[in-house]
Write a protein that binds this ligand. Structure first.
Ligand code: ADP
Length: 774
């Protein structure tokens, strides 16, 4: 007999050395002629012996193959009867250590032993198939090694007490080490992230408060008498402070997103208007670099969607701002298409293309990470925090979209992103295409192919047959050709920036030569005021400011038609409506960047015999306010250079200064906000900035006149007429607080009596949105 297992079992059952005692009994049986019994016993013994041999062999193989060591514990004798592999795992030779359970247990880490024994006992009692536990065992070299133990009771005695236990033992020290390293790395990262987030949020907040003070006080200082050098220094202080504030706002925004504290609105809004307003904010910086800025919102994009216009605007301003920043010549174009439409929602795809420096392939992934820039050396050249794309990417993700890019160094980049919007069930169907211009003919003189093509497509959607030429010579030839065949264009669109004989030269020629075509001049925001004065001088009334939206185009055509402003797109300004008279001729400063809206509002107001001065943006408004006297300011909200909120704050701060130095007769100008945003928070922002009243766009003549009448009542200089004064969104609040002046005073002082510096600076939000990124 070879098997040690069998030898031990025979010793247990027959006493002594086991086998001799067994053999004696067998011989006795043989002598008593129990042949069959003897043969059966010997056969059985042989089989058990070979089964045990196979079992031991299998154990060794299995240990080698799976990394597990199998051991057979005899619970009654307290010995480990087979399997020596566990010793090797701990660095011992097979002859070292006693093969006893007690010895094995002495190797177990004291902290693990109690739990391990409890597990084993529980398994024996519960009759579960097996138990599993992890514990440390001391190796020969004195190190603790981790083991995974899986075991099962293999035999019990007649009373159900466990007799044998089979135990699988696996060395998991390496897994444990990796796991521990991962856990501590994760904990360290989480702790660092948390600390960083908290630090950034606190720091941003702490920096913003004094920054507002610096900007506000610099503005006040700029408003005093200064020589040119002092003015230059202070202007530099102000622009640097504003740049710093933008960075701080980025950081605050980013840490808010990281901390999961960003809330999204879900409101219906006019997406075409929101996009054009966003992109117009950046037109000034694009036009300053002589870049063409183009917006192509495909007609299938719904007019109204449900989502968060502020967050959309933030992403657009960041990406378009970057495109402008990293492009020296050429164009920046925004294209919006429907990517996918499902029940109740629509995915829109926004693509921002530029002809700028491009991004090398190996940097294209990294730039979406926080504080990451494609080329560290560009940091000095272009500025920026490297946070804009990280913020945009996360915002897009949170709006169920994705962001990606295509780019080639030296050629340009296209950033694409998608966002899911809800579709507004209350949306009225899109108005049928404007039929007023069907069958008309137009010539577009535009040297930028993308802008020219875009305009051609918009005109053709209105049913206008359009030809495109890229220079003045070709334009003259085209017009000449039409003469020869007795054909004429109804409209000629010309880009004011083009060289003679196109551009302004062509408009000048208009005065001299009598031609039947109606001219529409396309301006950029640069020198817009001077250009408009020049056009007025020449006698050209119709103009458009780039980037051009489809609605603006239809309105401009209506105006070019000689002032017939009826029709769909001009419905808000239906001049035939019987207007209530405000009772006084007011001096009104109209602050509006959209030329078509400007023109219509001027006509409407002049019809009521008010005197109107136009400012194209907030900065011009502040300048005109300084040099003129106005009863009312009609203030647009989102405008290039400076928005309505900042302009109002600047005007109120100037008034505050004046009110300190002039007599008590000082009267504040009545400011009425005009905005397409209809959120309650917008109204609140208007009031907080110091506005007195609020008009929602599109403006209704009767509501405009009612607001003017309220301004007369507030100033005490006019009579309140029997006009329809409802709805009275913000003015009501102002009046109920006892008049406009008092309303503003209440808001310039905090409850604690401390001077609120924000009243004289740009609000953090508006600083970011007004300046854009770029
Ligand atoms: P910032 O502009 O503040 O540096 P962003 O996260 O917006 O931060 O952009 C990260 C980097 O990506 C930029 O520094 C620039 O290297 C690269 N980048 C972004 N947009 C463009 C683009 N339109 N053309 C070229 N490079 C770009």
């Amino acid at each position: 007999m070879k098997s040690r297992l069998l030898t031990r079992q025979l010793q247990e059952v027959f006493g002594g050395d086991g086998e001799p005692q067994f053999r004696q009994l067998v011989e006795a049986a043989r002598a008593a002629q129990q042949t069959e019994l003897v043969q059966g016993l010997e056969k059985l013994l042989g089989q058990v012996d070979s089964a045990y041999g196979a079992y031991v062999g299998l154990n060794n193989w299995q240990g080698m193959l799976s990394g597990d060591a199998l051991a057979d514990w005899n619970l009654r004798s307290g010995t480990i009867e087979s399997g020596r592999h566990w010793k090797e795992m701990l660095g011992y030779g097979s002859d070292e250590l006693d093969n006893t359970i007690a010895h094995w247990q002495r190797l177990v880490h004291p902290e693990d032993l109690r739990a391990l024994l409890a597990r084993m006992a529980a398994q024996a009692q519960s009759k579960e198939h097996y138990f599993q536990a992890e514990c440390r065992l001391k190796a020969r070299d004195g190190q603790w090694r981790w083991f995974l133990l899986r075991g099962a009771v293999a035999a019990c005695d007649a009373d159900g007490e466990p007799l044998r236990l089979l135990l699988l033992q696996r060395d998991i020290s390496e897994v444990k080490a990796v796991e521990a390293a991962l856990i501590s790395a994760k904990e360290a990262a989480e702790a660092a992230n948390k600390a960083r987030g908290a630090f950034l949020a606190n720091m941003s907040h702490e920096i913003r408060t004094p920054m507002n003070g610096i900007i506000g006080m610099t503005e006040l200082a700029l408003d005093t008498e200064l020589d040119a050098e002092q003015r230059h220094y202070l202007k530099t202080v102000k622009s640097s402070a504003e740049a710093l504030l933008t960075i701080v706002n980025d950081i605050l925004d980013f840490s808010k997103i990281e901390a999961g504290k960003v809330r999204f609105e879900s409101i219906p809004f006019l997406i075409h208007d929101a996009l054009l307003e966003s992109i117009r904010v950046l037109a000034v910086s694009a036009h300053k670099k002589s870049l063409e800025l183009i917006a192509d919102i495909r007609p299938e994009v719904p007019q109204r969607v449900v989502g968060d216009p502020t967050r959309l605007r933030q992403v657009i301003i960041n990406l378009v701002g970057n495109a402008i920043k990293f492009t020296e010549r050429g164009e920046v174009a925004l294209e919006v298409v429907v990517d996918q439409q499902t029940d109740g929602s629509v995915f829109l795809r926004f693509s921002i293309r530029d002809t700028g420096i491009g991004i090398p392939p190996e940097k294209q992934q990294a730039i979406f990470e926080a504080f990451s820039q494609a080329d560290v050396s560009t940091t000095r050249r272009f500025g920026g925090t490297g946070l804009g794309l990280a913020i945009s990417a996360r915002l897009v993700q949170l709006m169920d979209g994705r962001i990606w890019l295509e780019s080639a160094p030296g050629v340009g980049s296209v950033f694409h992103f998608t966002i899911r919007f809800g579709t507004d069930s209350e949306i009225r169907p899109r108005p049928v295409p404007d039929a007023r211009f069907r069958g008309r003919r137009a010539l577009v003189i535009e040297d930028n192919a993308t802008a020219g093509q875009g305009l051609v497509e918009m005109l053709e959607r209105l049913g206008v047959q359009t030809a495109l030429v890229a220079d003045g010579g070709a334009a003259e030839a085209a017009i000449e050709r039409t003469r020869a065949v007795d054909f004429s264009y109804d409209y000629i669109f010309v880009d004011a920036k083009m060289d003679a004989p196109a551009g302004f030269a062509l408009a000048e020629g208009w005065r001299n030569g009598a031609r039947g075509e109606r001219l529409v001049v396309m301006l950029t925001t640069e020198n817009q005021r001077q250009d408009l004065a020049r056009l007025r001088e020449i006698g050209v009334s119709a103009h458009l400011v780039k980037p051009i939206g489809a609605d603006d185009l239809a309105d401009a055509l209506g105006l070019a038609e000689g002032g017939d402003v009826g029709g769909l797109s001009l419905a808000p300004f239906d001049l035939d409506v019987q207007q209530p008279d405000s009772g006084r001729n007011l001096r009104i400063l109209l602050v509006e960047d959209n030329p078509v809206n400007q023109e219509l509002a001027v006509r409407l107001l002049e019809r009521s015999s008010h005197h109107v001065v136009v400012a194209n943006n907030g900065a011009e408004a502040v300048e005109l306010f300084d040099s003129g006297q106005f009863d009312v300011i009609l203030m647009g909200m989102q405008m290039p250079v400076m928005g309505g909120i900042e302009a109002t704050e600047a005007i109120r701060s100037r008034e505050m200064r004046r009110s300190w130095v002039v007599s008590s007769e000082f009267r504040q100008v009545y400011i009425i906000a005009m905005t397409a945003n209809v959120m309650a928070s917008d109204r609140e922002r208007c009031l907080e900035a110091g506005m007195n009243d609020y008009l929602a766009k599109p403006l209704r003549p009767e509501q405009l006149c009612a607001a003017l009448a309220r301004s007369c009542e507030a100033s005490g200089g006019g009579q309140l007429l029997d006009a329809d004064l409802s709805p009275l969104p913000a003015g009501g609040a102002a009046r109920s607080e006892g008049g406009a002046a008092q309303h503003w005073r209440c808001r310039t002082f905090r409850d604690d009596g401390q001077h609120a510096a924000r009243g004289v600076g740009r609000s953090p939000q508006s600083a970011k949105s007004g300046a854009g990124r770029g």
